[in-house]
Design a protein around this ligand. Sequence first.
Ligand SMILES: [Zn+2]
Ligand SMILES: [Zn+2]
Length: 205
Amino acid sequence: MKAMVLTAPGQQLAFVERPDPTPAPGEIGVRVEARGVCRTDLHIIDGELPGIRLPIVPGHEIVGIVDAVGPGVASPRLGQRVGIPWLGHTCGACPYCKAHRENLCDRPLFTGHSRDGGFATHAVADAAYAFPLVGFCDPVAAAPLLCAGLIGWRSLKLAGEGRTPIHDDAGNLIALLHHVDDVTAEVQKAMDCDTRSVSADSRRT
Ligand SMILES: [Zn+2]
Ligand SMILES: [Zn+2]
């Protein structure tokens, strides 16, 4: 496989060739068709996030075709198109995982941060965190949905019918952030939601 690898914070990615990865139990191997570039990738390359595993292949908006399946994996299946997002693995045992809030897991692994991501021709993913993309025929168009799209979709789902504002523990209205709301606007159109856009910055509308 070919990959772009970060070996030290602040350095340019290095082109490398290495053997194709083999999926372990519970994992799948993917031939990468498309990958998005997220602002978080730049934070990783600049060394601005804790816990980065080096060397690392960045990239967490991955679309690809399953070309290998590890032991114990029933789904996704060989030949399926899947999406691989930022959250790449959770422990399944901490209080958050047991409460079905695994996005807050105490011991997570993140794609392109603490496990190799999609700036490569091939990638390996936890099968539980690879989503079959049924009905998506354009890998490039689907890639941004794996990060910005997921954030917006989850916010819209939590908002329910949108009649109750969502506040955090401090009472602040939760708002979507900068570029994410562009993708969210497309998601809410597809979900036929009545959505209003607000900004804390009075210079924006
Ligand atoms: Zn992202
Ligand atoms: Zn956990």
